[in-house]
Design a protein around this ligand. Structure first.
Ligand code: SF4
Length: 449
C-alpha cells in the first residue's frame, strides 16, 4: 500500500471501537477521545448509531489530517513508539490490513473517501468491542472505565478521604467514571448485527472478555448468521479463568489470536494485577498452549511500566520456556505505559535505568528467540530494543515529582489492598531508596498533606 503520509493510519477507514462506557472511538490506543455529537457531547451506543458516527464530521476530520500528514490528537502513543524505533501500532495495522484486504482495496477505499469529503462508503471491517467494565482484577495501571473492581475501590478511597483520591487523579486528566448497562440496549445490538456481514476481524477486551456475557451473545450471533468462518477474532484476556465455553467457540471462527495480559512473572504479576494468582494463570496459559487448536495464535502483551521494568526479563524467560515445552509460537509484544504518566519508565532515576538496560542486554545474549533469525521473534526483539533505546534516551531526565506521585499512589494501594512493594518488588524499592526516594517516608494520598 502506498504511504499516504507519515501519520496515515488505516484504522479510521476500517475500524470502529466501542469504549466500555458506551462511547464510540476511532482507536483503542487513543484513550481520551470519543466521537462527539454536534453539541460536543459523546455519542452513546444505547442512543446513537455506529452509522452516524462512522461518517461524522469528527471522523472525516481525522481522515483528512492523516492524508495531509498532520498529527492527530490521540495518536501520541504511535508517534512515541516510532521515535524510539519501535514498530508502531500504526505501522503494524497498515501492514496487516494491506495483507488482509489487499493494497488495491485499501487504496480504492481511501482514494474514494478523499474525493468524497472523507466519507467512507462501506461499514467497518474491524470492530473493537468493549462491552462494559466487568473485570475480576484491579491492575495498577488501569482505571474505573475498564474495571468495576477499580471503580469500587476508587469510590471507597474517595469516601475515606474527602475525595482526595479523585483530586490526585484529576491532575492526570482522569475522572471517576462508572459504566451504565448500555450494552444491553436493543439500539446497540441492532447496530452490531447490521455490521456482522462486513466484518473481517473483531477484537474483544473489556473488562475481562471471558466474563462478559455480551461477548458470548455476539459470537453466537456470528455463528447463527453463518459468518463465523469469515471472521478473525482477537482477545486480550487475563487467564485467571478459562471457560470451556470460551475455548470451544474459538474453533468455529476463521482464526483466533489470544493475547495474555501479563505484566510480570509470579509475584510481580500478582502485585501489579491484584488479586490474580500466578499458579492459576500459569496452569491456564499452559493448557491453552497445549490444547488450543491449529486456528489459534497465542501471545503475551506486557505493559512496560515502573513496576515491572526490572523484572520483565523473567516474563520473557517464561514465554520461552512455554514455547519450548509446547512447541507453540508465542508472540511477545511490549506496550509502553504512558498513562498514567507517573508509571512511565522515562521518569526513573538513572541507577534503575542502567540496571534495567543491563538485564535486558543480558537476556539478549542468552535468549534463543531473540537470537533466532525467524520472523516470529520480531516483536520480542523490537520490544526489547526499543525499551532499551527509550531508557537510554531518557538518561538524565529523572522526574522527582513523578516518582513521588508514583510512591504515594503505590502506598495508597498497598494499604488498601494489603500488599507491600517492599516485599513484592524489593529491588525496585532498594534502588529507589538509593536514589533518594524512600517508600517508608512517603505518605498515602488519603492523608492531608
Ligand atoms: S495512528 Fe495509532 S493511535 Fe492513531 S489510529 Fe492509528 S493505531 Fe490508533
Amino acid at each position: 500500500m502506498k504511504e499516504y503520509s507519515k501519520t496515515f493510519c488505516v484504522y479510521p477507514w476500517i475500524q470502529q471501537q466501542t469504549t466500555p462506557t458506551g462511547k464510540i472511538n476511532f482507536c483503542c490506543i487513543s484513550m481520551h477521545t470519543f466521537v462527539p455529537r454536534e453539541d460536543g457531547s459523546a455519542m452513546m451506543l444505547d442512543r446513537d448509531s455506529f452509522k452516524e458516527a462512522w461518517n461524522s464530521g469528527y471522523m472525516r476530520d481525522i481522515r483528512k489530517k492523516m492524508i495531509h500528514g498532520d498529527s492527530v490528537f490521540g495518536c501520541e502513543t504511535c508517534y512515541e513508539q516510532e521515535k524510539v524505533g519501535k514498530k508502531s501500532y500504526r505501522q503494524c495495522h497498515n501492514e496487516e490490513w494491506s495483507a488482509k484486504l489487499g493494497s488495491d482495496t485499501i487504496e480504492g477505499l481511501v482514494d474514494r473517501s478523499t474525493a468524497n469529503d472523507f466519507e467512507v462508503d462501506r461499514p467497518p471491517a474491524y470492530l473493537d468491542l468493549r462491552l462494559g467494565n466487568l473485570c475480576n482484577l484491579k491492575c495498577r495501571m488501569c482505571n474505573p472505565y475498564n474495571s468495576v473492581q477499580i471503580e469500587n475501590e476508587w469510590k471507597k478511597l474517595d469516601a475515606k478521604s474527602e475525595n482526595r483520591y479523585s483530586k490526585f487523579w484529576n491532575k492526570f486528566g482522569l475522572e471517576f467514571g462508572s459504566c451504565t448497562p448500555w450494552y444491553e440496549s436493543e439500539n446497540f445490538w441492532k447496530g452490531v448485527e447490521e455490521n456482522i456481514p462486513f466484518l473481517k476481524k473483531v477484537y474483544m477486551t473489556g473488562g475481562e472478555p471471558t466474563l462478559i456475557e455480551g461477548n458470548y451473545r455476539f459470537l453466537d450471533r456470528c455463528r447463527e448468521l453463518n459468518y463465523a468462518d469469515k471472521i478473525e477474532l482477537f482477545f486480550n484476556i487475563n487467564f485467571t479463568n478459562l471457560k470451556e465455553k470460551f475455548i470451544e467457540q474459538l474453533n468455529e471462527f476463521q482464526w483466533s489470536s489470544v493475547n495474555a495480559s501479563l505484566d510480570g512473572h509470579g509475584e510481580v504479576n500478582e502485585y501489579i494485577r491484584a488479586p490474580s494468582r500466578w499458579d492459576v494463570i500459569d496452569k491456564n496459559f499452559r493448557k491453552m498452549a497445549h490444547e488450543g487448536g491449529a486456528r489459534l495464535g497465542l501471545g503475551i502483551s506486557p505493559v512496560i511500566q515502573i513496576y515491572n521494568i526490572l523484572n520483565v526479563v523473567d516474563l520473557l524467560e517464561y514465554a520461552e520456556e512455554v514455547m519450548e515445552e509446547t512447541g507453540r509460537e508465542i508472540i511477545v509484544d511490549f506496550l509502553f505505559c504512558l498513562h498514567p504518566d507517573f508509571l512511565d519508565i522515562v521518569h526513573l532515576p538513572d541507577n534503575i535505568k542502567h540496571e534495567a538496560i543491563a538485564r535486558l542486554e543480558d537476556f539478549k545474549m542468552s535468549s534463543q528467540v531473540y537470537r533466532s533469525q525467524q520472523e516470529k521473534s520480531f516483536f520480542m526483539k523490537n520490544g526489547i530494543d526499543s525499551t532499551i533505546k527509550r531508557l537510554q534516551m531518557s538518561l538524565g531526565q529523572e522526574n522527582p515529582q513523578m516518582i513521588r506521585d508514583f510512591l504515594s499512589y503505590t502506598k495508597t494501594l498497598d494499604e488498601e489492598r494489603r500488599q507491600d512493594m517492599r516485599a513484592s518488588l524489593p529491588e525496585l524499592t532498594f534502588l529507589l531508596k538509593e536514589a533518594g526516594y524512600d517508600y517508608d517516608s512517603q505518605v498515602s494520598l488519603l492523608v492531608d498533606q
